[in-house]
Design a protein around this ligand. Structure first.
Ligand SMILES: Nc1ncnc2c1ncn2[C@@H]1O[C@H](COP(=O)(O)OP(=O)(O)O)[C@@H](O)[C@H]1O
Ligand SMILES: [Mg+2]
Length: 229
């Protein structure tokens, strides 16, 4: 039962947003638990708004002492477990990463986010050593402009995509009204009112493409692991 963790020590890199988009999208087809380990608990707050998908369970993380048990019991109950981490590298992060089938590193196409993403990748390599197994991870560009990307954004994206030691999602999470609106009105992008949100159809397509790429990535990683074994 795959556990997918969103990690980046940089606050505002888009972890919570991408985690919730993925959780709602996967919950269209299967039960999902999302563990909210962001100390501001934005997903727990969101879950008290209307329109939470029926198949989505939100667990509020208590502390680093409980995270392993929370992941274990969620993974026994549901086909997908998603962990939204806090914005600092910590023992809690390492515990969650150690249990993950895929770590997603969201980052904006900005220098500070890029440096933080590299730090997280190095952290994941240390966690791999500690647990003596490969932990697949993949970078996700977030809050990208649909039109008129800046020169810096293009440069950072090109450099990252040229780095063969990094897995990077083809799908980017664009900057969209719909993706911040869900935190204000509740539910997922599919339950938003198209009359109230700009370009909702594109947002729904973006979330769906992301979830499909996550599923493909999990499958490819599982196939690769079987070949090695
Ligand atoms: N793709 C996006 N489109 C629009 N707003 C976004 C997007 N991703 C994040 N945001 C906004 O940016 C801020 C930080 O995002 P968040 O997901 O909370 O980052 P993190 O969890 O890494 O701190 C929030 O106000 C959120 O609504
Ligand atoms: Mg967050």
């Amino acid at each position: 039962m795959p556990t997918i963790t969103f990690a980046n020590s940089k606050g505002g890199s888009g972890k919570t947003t991408a985690a919730l988009l993925l959780a709602c999208e996967l919950a269209e087809g299967a039960p999902v638990t999302i563990i909210d380990a962001d100390p501001r608990h934005p997903i727990s707050t969101w879950s008290r708004l209307p329109n939470k998908p029926d198949r989505l369970t939100v667990v509020t993380n208590q502390s680093e002492k409980t995270i392993l048990d929370e992941i274990e019991s969620a993974a026994t109950a549901d086909p997908f477990v998603i962990v939204d981490l806090e914005g600092t590298a910590s023992r809690l992060s390492s515990y969650a990463i150690s249990q993950s089938d895929l770590v997603i590193i969201p980052m904006k196409e900005q220098q500070q986010d890029a440096l933080a993403a590299i730090d997280v990748a190095q952290e994941i390599y240390r966690d791999m050593k500690a647990v003596r197994r490969t932990i697949p991870f993949s970078v996700l560009f977030t809050q990208t402009k649909v039109v008129a990307k800046s020169r810096t954004a293009r440069l950072i994206a090109t450099q990252f995509r040229a780095n063969e030691s990094l897995q990077i999602f083809n799908t980017e999470i664009n900057e969209r009204d719909a993706f911040s609106a869900i935190f204000a009105v509740g539910g997922g992008v599919r339950s938003l009112n198209p009359r109230e949100v700009n370009n909702l159809e594109a947002a729904v397509g973006n979330a769906r493409d992301f979830a499909e790429e996550v599923i493909r990535t999990l499958r490819q990683n599982a196939d690769a692991a079987r070949e090695v074994a």
